[in-house]
Write a protein that binds this ligand. Structure first.
Ligand code: F6P
Length: 559
């Protein structure tokens, strides 16, 4: 799959100069007098009006965006903005294999990885190649999982260790944790950090005779991944003693067969993916090998089908009924008109614990840009800081700031109607307790608590007038704090696929609106370059020209 021609729909010169942008500023001013509590009181159908559901009776997948700071005119203007930014044209260009990644002159093909219809890049349909790699993964997983693939001593594989960084680990690790109920007999581990402690701690309990390493790197030049792979190789050879055994214990996922070969991994054991698949969008490709190894290929295909469900919705639904489009527009509304600089993703699903970390790369590496696609300085703020933790844990840590702090932090709350593991305790279903918290938080953030309510509560507790006066201001919640609620039936592979693709497309739409290239990441290069300069200096070389802070720290480390 190669890419050589470049075409992309033209975007408007500056969205911020459009009358729609100005009208949104006025709309923001109007919002100074509005409160969601009143809007809900006035409009009993607000939730129905501002909810969307995928058309699938068996698998709930619902977005309720009614607890956002929006009203009909707000949405009308935002959707108009999407039209002016030519979001639909860019979306169609992406799905049809056009080279929308301009700085790298590449198509953007993660949707083709889960697609079925032909996608032509330079006149060549890429889908057969995608299917061929998926088939290779199936054959491999079907050998390793039932123990037909034997290690150096003839024993079956029990543990897979994925060595990779960024997109080569965050997606697969997140998905394997999320899909634990579908996990089989192969345990999977993930090593990414060049801090040797991670590899050492991981290998501590593993047996080289039954361990399979998956070295995953798009470029196969990432220093951390190569160092960890070499260390893993040494660990294996200490036990296996024979270089020939490497083939039984190492496979690679990459676009770079020469570098795979140079590391001593047989290219027969290599799973390819393509330059046009960006690392943070790659879990649908061979980068998903650990997922397939863990949950089996049929379940992995279900994950792909979930991504495809969301692709279909994104392609077909009108902009004002389109989940990723609306999430993107509402996110932009807060970033650019409410000065929101952070954004929280809060899964009420412990197994989505790594979902916020996964989304950090997806969103912040895609939208953390200050230059437009055509190389000019952006004229408005772009991507916010994304963070999150599973509820209810986060409630007892950072929610205080979201409820009563001075910043507006829009949140996405995510939950399943059903749990894979309900327990019945003192309060009945433990999952119901989780969900009651999920609902209570979004209601509290929306409603808030006014002074009179705080005073009444204190009076009911028997507090004196002086105590009420002193305490009541602390108990006021401003409310009007926006949230999305995403509700699905149960965390299945298909649901996870839908959820991931929802956020992928949301990020895509925001990139289109801000006119930034969501598919490059030049901002990670400078640190890499400087680390190469500093390494020999730490190892005894003459310190070069650095600032006094860096020089001082180099000396302290060397001492
Ligand atoms: O440095 C950032 C980055 O390029 C990410 O975009 C990518 O996911 C990660 O490094 C790993 O890159 P590779 O897959 O080439 O090892």
């Amino acid at each position: 799959m190669t890419a050589t021609s470049a075409s992309h729909p033209k975007t408007p010169v500056k969205l911020t100069q459009s009358p729609t942008w100005q009208a949104l500023k006025n709309e923001r001013t109007a919002w100074k007098k509005l409160h969601l509590r009143d809007l809900f009181a006035r409009d009993k159908k607000r939730s129905a009006r501002y909810s969307l559901e995928l058309d699938d009776p068996d698998e709930t997948f619902l977005l309720d965006y009614s607890k956002n700071l929006i009203r009909p005119q707000t949405l009308k203007l935002l959707v108009k903005l999407a039209k002016e930014a030519k979001v639909e044209a860019l979306r169609n260009a992406m799905f049809s294999g056009e080279k929308i990644n301009l700085t790298e002159n590449r198509a953007v093909l993660h949707t083709a990885l889960r697609g079925e219809a032909p996608v032509k890049v330079d006149g060549h349909d890429v889908i057969p190649e995608v299917r061929a790699v998926l088939e290779q993964i199936r054959v491999f997983a079907d050998r390793v999982r039932p123990g037909k693939w034997k290690g150096s001593s003839g024993q079956p594989i029990t543990d897979g260790v994925n060595i990779g960084l960024g997109g080569a680990v965050l997606g697969p690790a997140m998905a394997c944790i999320a899909l634990k109920p579908y996990g089989g007999n192969i345990r999977v581990h993930f090593v990414s950090n060049v801090d040797p402690s991670q590899l050492v701690d991981t290998l501590e309990d593993l047996d080289p005779a039954t361990t399979l390493f998956i070295v995953a790197s798009k470029t196969f030049t990432t220093q951390e991944t190569l160092l960890n792979a070499q260390a893993a190789r040494t660990w294996l050879l200490e036990a296996a003693k024979d270089e020939k055994q490497i083939a039984k214990h190492f496979v690679a996922v990459s676009t770079n067969s020469e570098a795979v070969n140079a590391l001593g991994i047989d290219t027969d054991n290599m799973f390819v993916f393509w330059d046009c698949v960006c690392g943070r969008y790659s879990l649908w490709s061979a980068i998903g090998l650990p997922i397939a190894l863990y949950i089996g290929m049929d379940a992995f295909e279900e994950l792909l089908a979930g991504g495809r469900d969301m692709d279909t919705h994104f392609k077909d639904a009108p902009l004002d009924q389109n989940m990723p489009v609306l999430m993107a527009l509402i996110g932009l509304w807060y970033t650019n008109f409410w000065d929101a600089q952070a954004y929280a993703v809060l899964p009420y699903e412990q197994r989505l614990a790594r979902f916020p970390a996964y989304l950090q790369q997806l969103d912040m590496e895609s939208s953390g840009k200050s230059v437009t696609r055509d190389g000019r300085t952006v004229s408005c703020a772009t991507g916010p800081v994304l963070f999150g933790e599973p509820g209810t844990n986060g409630q007892h840590a950072f929610y205080q700031l979201i409820h009563q702090g001075t910043s507006l932090i829009p949140c996405d709350f995510i939950a399943g109607r059903e749990s894979h593991n309900d327990l019945i305790g003192q309060h009945g279903s433990q999952h119901a307790v989780l969900l009651s918290n999920f609902l209570a938080q979004t209601e509290a953030l929306m409603r808030g608590k006014i002074l009179a309510e705080a005073q009444a509560e204190l009076a009911a507790e028997g507090k004196t007038t002086a105590q009420i006066k002193a305490l009541a201001p602390h108990k006021v919640f401003p409310g009007n704090r926006p949230t999305n609620s995403i509700l699905y039936r149960k965390l299945t592979p298909r649901t996870l696929g839908r959820l991931i693709a929802l956020y992928e497309h949301k990020v895509f739409v925001q990139g289109a609106l801000w006119n930034v290239n969501s598919y490059d990441q030049w901002g990670v290069e400078l640190g890499k370059q400087l680390a190469k300069v500093i390494l020999p200096e730490l190892q005894g070389g003459k310190p070069g020209a650095h600032d006094s802070s860096t020089l001082g720290l180099i000396r302290r480390i060397r001492d």
